[in-house]
Each structure stands twice: as structure tokens, then as C-alpha cells.
Design a protein around this ligand. Structure first.
Ligand code: HEM
Length: 198
């Protein structure tokens, strides 16, 4: 076990091997082997989409539920640099690239299912997923064009005066809180397309 769990790469590889085993065993037991066609490709894209979305929103919620409320309690104040210098830049790396991956895979899911235009123009039958997609697109815009540029100043990744840093802090916080607020309804709209009588 240690040979696997001491490395993140090997842990992830083990997750993929486990998934393959599940698919093969279930296929053998039920006699229904996976057909590699367009529907399967669209389904795999949906799975990749949900995985990226979990990484993105998981980190958004980590920031809002854990990091932001805990920071002011960390004593002595100097030890907060462990977060700002090491944890936060790493969180923001996975956060912003997961946001982009979620957008790309989400748009591909809509394209592969043949309703991207209907969803983005909020046509009947696609209104809920369309609203969810627009909400998530606004959230991704916030990540890349508001949160990340302001966080770069706050964390000292780019040069900024003390005044610029003080200005950037509430902008980044409010955009992050806005995304947390949106995430509730956005996720309802995402799952509504398949599952809710809307
Ligand atoms: C701009 C970004 C996004 C776009 C374009 C997008 C697009 C889509 C599309 C087209 C679907 C398939 C709906 C269907 O036919 O059932 C979907 C489903 C879904 N999305 Fe997104 N999405 C985005 C962001 C997110 C985010 C941030 C999450 C967070 C986890 C997320 C989670 C889900 C989930 C859980 C489903 C349902 C899968 C299912 O019911 O099988 N999406 N999304």
C-alpha cells in the first residue's frame, strides 16, 4: 500500500486501474460490453467534465470554507506566510486550470450532444442547462480575469505597492464569494438537464 500511497502519481494511476477493473468486471457480469461510439465518447467527456468541475469548485469551496476564515486566526502572524507563499499559489494553479478544463469539457459535452447553440441561446428544453452554462462561464471569467490578476498582486507573484495590494484584496474576495454564491444554483442547473422535471 505504501508503494502506492506515498506518491500522488501512483495513487492516481491506481484510481484509473481500479476504474478499468470495474468497467471490465461489470461488463463481464452483465454481458454488456462498452460500445466505443459517439455516445460513449460524449459520456467520457461528461465524466472528464465532472472531474474538472469537482477540482475547480472543490478548491473554490476550500478557499471560502477553510482558508479565508482560518487565515485571521493563524498566530503568530508571520506563520501566515506558509499559506501565502506555498499553499495559496498551488491552490490557485489547480483552481484556474481546472476552471478552464471545466469550461472546455463542458462546451464539448454540449457540442457532442448537439445542443450547444440551443443551450447558449436559452431555447425551450435547454433553458436550465443554458442558464447553468452561462453562470459557470461568468464564474470562469471571474477566476481568470478578476480573482487571478488580483491574487497575483496579493501574493506577491507580481510587483504591487502596499496600496495596490490593499485594493486588490476585497476585489478578489468578493469575486470569490460571488462565485461561491453562483455555484449553488449553477450546480442545480447542471444536473437538471438529465434529472429534473423542469
Ligand atoms: C462553463 C462551464 C460549464 C459548461 C459549459 C458546462 C456544460 C455542461 C453540459 C453541457 C452538461 C451536460 C448536461 C446534460 O446534457 O445532462 C453538464 C453537466 C454537468 N456539469 Fe457542467 N458545465 C460547466 C461547468 C460546470 C461546473 C463548474 C461544474 C462543477 C462541478 C459542473 C458540473 C456538472 C455536472 C455534475 C453535470 C451533470 C452530469 C450528469 O448529470 O450526468 N459543470 N455541464
Amino acid at each position: 500500500m505504501g508503494a502506492i500511497f506515498t506518491s500522488l502519481e501512483r495513487t492516481l494511476a491506481a484510481g484509473v486501474v481500479l476504474l478499468i477493473a470495474i468497467v471490465v468486471i461489470v461488463g463481464a457480469v452483465t454481458g454488456q460490453m462498452t460500445k466505443i461510439d459517439h455516445a460513449w465518447a460524449a459520456f467520457v467527456m461528461r465524466w472528464l467534465h465532472v472531474i474538472s468541475g469537482v477540482m475547480w469548485i472543490g478548491l473554490l469551496w476550500y478557499l471560502n470554507f477553510v482558508q479565508v476564515p482560518t487565515m485571521p486566526k493563524i498566530q503568530p502572524v508571520e506563520s501566515r506566510t506558509a499559506i501565502t507563499k506555498f499553499i495559496a499559489p498551488n491552490v490557485l494553479f489547480w483552481f484556474r486550470w481546472a476552471a478552464l478544463a471545466t469550461v472546455v469539457t463542458g462546451l464539448l459535452v454540449a457540442l457532442m450532444n448537439g445542443y450547444i447553440v440551443q443551450a447558449l441561446t436559452l431555447r425551450p428544453g435547454f433553458i436550465m442547462i443554458g442558464i447553468g452554462m452561462w453562470m459557470a462561464l461568468i464564474m470562469a471569467y471571474n477566476v481568470w480575469f478578476i480573482i487571478w490578476p488580483n491574487q497575483k498582486k496579493i501574493l506577491g507573484i507580481v510587483e504591487a505597492t502596499a496600496e495596490e495590494k490593499a485594493k486588490a484584496a476585497p476585489v478578489a474576495l468578493y469575486a470569490s464569494r460571488f462565485n461561491t454564491m453562483f455555484s449553488i444554483g449553477m450546480l442545480y442547473c447542471m444536473v437538471a438537464q438529465q434529472n429534473a422535471p423542469v
